[in-house]
Design a protein around this ligand. Sequence first.
Ligand code: SAM
Length: 272
Amino acid sequence: MSDNANVIDQSKPSIARVYDYMLGGKDNYEVDRAVGDHFKLNLPGSVAIATTNREALVRAVRELAAAGLTQFLDFGSGLPTANNVHQVAQKINPDSRVVYIDNDPIVLAHGRALLATDERTTVVQADVRDSADIRVNPEVTALIDFDQPVAVIFSALLHHLNDDEDPHGIVRYWSEQIPAGSSVFISHFRSGHNDETIQAESTLQSTFGRGRWRTEEEIIALFGDLRIQEPGVLPAAIWNRDKAEDEVGLRAVDSKLTVWEELIVAAIAEKR
Ligand code: SAM
């Protein structure tokens, strides 16, 4: 990590802060809102990528916790928002332990404040590309027992890694660290081979130098040897919706997806 990696830079937009803005959060600056407003004004409807992803993540954590998983490793966790992973998991199993990992210093700053009294949850500032360092980080190993099943979460993260940053290798590394009975959740931009995909990808690449809309085949390949659970890889807007009858205010499961809702998908896979 460079010397100033823990300094919040307000002169450049950050992925975490732009996403926070798209979700209606307040932990962002003018420079981030300019990027978010570009999406809102020029790519109307694109905010659904953020909102439907977040809703799918909450459903995923509920499902993983209900299946008995009590250890969560959440990569690219983002800024605290409504229904954070530890809150959703601990509501089902109060003993759940959660490690949030993000390379953006603002996540550490806000996360530490949120979690000041929660001994079962921590935030680690680290780059997901540094897998081996994260694996031995004392804050990680204090909460996660890698001999017991772990839920590994890559929610809206891997599309922020370009191909030469080896997102497949990162998922493979963590799949090898966790025992049978563990699960991996991935949500990811899916290419629609359309103008919306091209414009959104071009905006992210020109802003951050990263942001890849991968094909469904490429996303399935990210899971490697893990077994993808039913209902498979589906748009986040409808993924696992039949198991979330308690949610209100969401789009009807059987109504037609918008072009933007088609551009992010989700799935859980298990290690056997
Ligand atoms: N996982 C949350 C969710 O789904 O709601 C937040 C997703 S947000 C779109 C992507 C997050 O990944 C940001 O908080 C960003 O800082 C983080 N991120 C991007 N590249 C990363 C990297 N190389 N290592 C760790 N975190 C990264």
